[in-house]
Structures are given as C-alpha cells and as structure tokens.
Design a protein around this ligand. Structure first.
Ligand code: PLP
Length: 456
C-alpha cells in the first residue's frame, strides 16, 4: 500500500509564527504557565481542541458567498435541512449556533428534578445542561473503556446490563431519553459499535424510551465501524451513518467537529410535539427556526461540510494521521491511551512523569514542556481540570492524569505531525528533569481556564 496522502492541495495558507525557546519561556511565565492564557499567535502547532478549528474547503468558502441571508425561509436552510435529513433520516431539523445550544433546548424541555439521563459518557456541556435543570446525568461506559492500557475496537460502547439495571431501578417514567455519544469524546474519542447501537435501541424499545445520539463525530465513528466491525467493510460511510441514525429518535450535533465548520450545530427529532416545543424555545433563545442563531452563509457551509466529511479519502487521512502519531509514540515507549481515538492522542501523564505526584500536576508540567520545547499547545485533562478539594484542603484527584493533543481537521500535514513527534520525544527524553507545579491563583469554578501556576 502506498503512503496515505493529504487528500487536498492547498490554495490559501495561513503563516504560523516561529518563536525561540527563550521567547516561549518568557511567554509561558507571563501566562502563569497556563497555555489557555497564551495568545494564539505565539503558538506554532495548536492542539488545544478540534472544535471549530477545521479548515473549510474551497467549496465551502464559495458557499459562504452563496449564503441566503433571508430572515425566514432562507434557501441555505433548505439546503442544510435536506443534507441532514439525508444523513439522519430524522424528520424535524432545527439549526443552532453550536452543540450546547441544541442540548440547552432539549434538556430545558425534557429535564428537571427527578429525571435521569443515561449515556455511555456525557460530554461536559451535556452534563452541565442536564444538571442545570436539576436532573441527573449518568454514565454507563463499558468496563473495557475504562482501561487506557487495554486495546479494543469499540471502547466507547455503553454497558447494556448496567443500563437495564438502572432503568429498572429508577423507572422508565423518570428517564426521558437514553443517549449515546459517538465517538465518546470524554473517553478518548473511542468509537461505539453498530452492534451496541442496535442493542441499545432494542433495550430502549423494551422500556418505551427514545434513543438519542450525540452525533458530533458521527462520520469518524462510522469510519471506525467500516474498518473494524464485521460486515461493514464494503459499505459506504454514508450508508453506515444512515444505519447508525436509523436506530435513534433524535440527535444533537456540534458541527464544529464533523460538520467541518467554524460555528454551527443542530437538533434533529422525530417526535412532532417535541419538535414544536423545541422550536418555540429556539425562537426565544436562538432565533427563527430557519436560521437558529446562524447566518445563512453558516448554514450553507455546514450543508457542504456535512457531505465532505463522509468522503472516504478524507476519513482515511483523518483517522490514519492520528493513528500514525499514536503508533510512533508507542514505538518510542511514550505512554498513551490505546488504541488512539478518532480526533486526539492522550498522553498518560502519570506514567510519563511517574516522579511527579498528582497534587503537583504532572499533566500541566508536560503541557508546559511541550510549549517551551516546540511551541506546541496541548491541554491538561487531570487534576487541574477535574481536581476537587477535600474538607481538610487536600486535593482529590480524578482517576487519570492526561494530556490531550486534539488534531484540527484538514489543518496540519504529515510534516507537522513529524515535527510534533520530535517535540514529544524530546520532552520524553528529558522527562526526569521536569518538576511539578503549584497553583498560585484559581477561580471557584472551571479553574483550568484561568488558573496561574509556578514551578515547584
Ligand atoms: C463539542 C461537543 C459538544 C458541545 O458542542 P459545542 O459546539 O462545543 O457547544 C457536545 N458533545 C460532544 C461529544 C462534543 O464533543
């Protein structure tokens, strides 16, 4: 097999700014050793997130010019609606400005105290929107998905036995819907199998519950099914995606991921009354149902992006570039979550910096070293992001200390990835010289965004 190449040529380029290690050291000190506080201009390779950071195609940029900005009944809305209907088969398509706006509307209507929402793993905004209504968000990830060192094909699957026990315990009447997040973002971008989606649907049917899909990375999930699940190798990714959605009664989507756009999302439903209620709330919070908080041009770009993301050459390049990075890291002995998911590589910081205890934030130390060494921006997902304090002021750490490197779509080439590898391997070589950090300032909530640190 020949080298898998980027399935595009480059027509418009955006220069990246080079800095010296000395400059980066000063930038890091000024930012309180928190890469969230660094100007993006001072970053060479930005792996903070894959959300809204995709490069749009020439076709999408042409779509921007074709966008119909009519307040009501925009042609761009109907283009968008027909693409989403084709992929999902769902009847009522409601545009929103991003994924969490769809969640906010859905859970404002279905949530409330005494309600329970099971999922394989809720994404943070999903959990927050559920809890905000007074309802409870519950995770039922399969056991295998909880072990970073175990290699398996579908580590995003939901645990059906645990889910059924939960439904019996809480009562179906208190569970407005069951959700599956594909791929499982909070669990390392791991895919959910078609078998698991189908069986979840069967279970939901048995108890009369609707099944919803958090579809942010539906195309990446469909591609994993094609590659890994028996019986799907010859199917198109579109038909696999269509089958995935055929088992659901509704979906929420952040098009900032597999919509290949910088802003956008939607809510898709089959229930007419629920769609009516959602549209009424949409008018209050987002806008008229044919634009939902977006410009006509955004709807046009989304319609095109949702078709482009199903291109199999694109998905092959996408999944392979993440896998390639993962393979090289594993070969060099760098501890990562295996196998790599669809959109990111997660370094196991506990193993990488085994001499730095969780309360000295090993993940933050790696994040700082990656920036200082090579201008690479990544994000800590560990005690900084999820740590809580006990009554005596000691830190309660989450089970894992991770560093996430999320890969933006269609943005970086193989030589960028090779450079990134060199930077990570450099840091790995001098890991024993890296120390821990202490927090000098923190906000009462979501402290990772604004915290300041100093080396111990
Ligand atoms: C990003 C994301 C969301 C929220 O979408 P936004 O567009 O950031 O509001 C919800 N669920 C998952 C799985 C996501 O990755």
């Amino acid at each position: 097999m020949k080298t898998i190449i980027e399935p595009f040529k480059i027509k418009s380029v955006e220069p990246i700014r080079f800095t010296t290690p000395e400059e980066r050291h000063k930038i890091l000190v000024d930012a309180g050793y928190n890469p969230f506080l660094i100007h993006a201009d001072d970053v060479l390779i930005d792996l903070l997130t894959d959300s809204g950071t995709s490069a749009m195609s020439a076709q999408q940029w042409a779509g921007i010019m074709l966008g119909d900005e009519s307040y009501a009944g925009s042609k761009s809305f109907y283009n968008f609606e027909s693409v989403v209907k084709k992929i999902t088969g769902l009847k009522y398509i409601i545009p929103t400005h991003q994924g969490r706006a769809a969640e906010k509307i859905l859970f404002s209507i279905l949530g409330g105290p005494g309600k329970y929402f099971p999922n394989n793993t809720h994404f943070d905004t999903t959990r927050a929107n559920i809890e905000f209504t007074g309802a409870e968000a519950d995770d039922f990830l399969n056991e295998i998905g909880k072990h970073p060192e175990i290699k398996a094909d579908f580590k995003g699957d939901i645990d059906l036995e645990a889910l059924e026990a939960f439904i019996k315990q809480k009562g179906a009447a208190n569970i407005p819907l069951v959700m599956l997040t594909v791929t499982n973002n909070s669990g390392g971008g791991q895919p959910v199998s078609m078998h698991n989606i189908r069986e979840t649907k069967k279970l939901c049917k048995k108890y009369g519950l609707p099944l919803f899909i958090d579809a942010c990375r539906f195309a990446e999930n469909a591609y994993f099914i094609k590659k890994r699940e028996p019986g799907y190798a010859e199917r198109t990714v579109l038909s696999i995606a269509q089958e995935m959605f055929s088992y659901c009664d509704g979906a929420t989507m952040s098009a900032k991921k597999d919509g290949l756009v910088n802003i956008g999302g939607f809510l898709a439903l089959n229930d007419e009354q629920l769609a009516l209620n959602c549209r009424n709330l949409l008018i209050v919070t987002e806008g008229f149902p044919t634009y939902g908080g977006l410009a006509g041009r955004d709807l046009e770009a989304m319609a095109i992006g949702l078709e482009e993301v199903l291109d199999e050459h694109y998905l092959q390049y996408r999944i392979r570039s993440v896998e390639y990075l993962g393979e090289r890291l594993v070969a060099a002995g760098v501890p990562i979550i295996e196998p790599p998911g669809g959109h990111a590589i997660y370094i196991d910081a506990k193993k990488f910096l085994s001499h730095v205890p969780p309360h000295q934030y090993p993940g933050q130390s790696i994040v700082c070293a990656l920036y200082e060494t090579g201008g690479v921006r990544s994000v800590e997902i560990g005690s900084v992001m999820f740590g809580k304090y006990a009554g005596d002021g000691s830190l309660i750490s989450p089970p894992m200390e991770l560093v996430r490197m999320a890969i933006p779509r269609r943005v970086y080439t193989q030589s960028h990835v090779d450079y990134l590898l060199e930077v990570i391997l450099d840091v790995f070589k001098f890991r024993e010289s890296l120390g821990g950090y202490r927090i000098t300032y923190e906000a009462p909530m979501l402290r990772h965004f604004t915290a300041r640190f100093e080396p111990i």
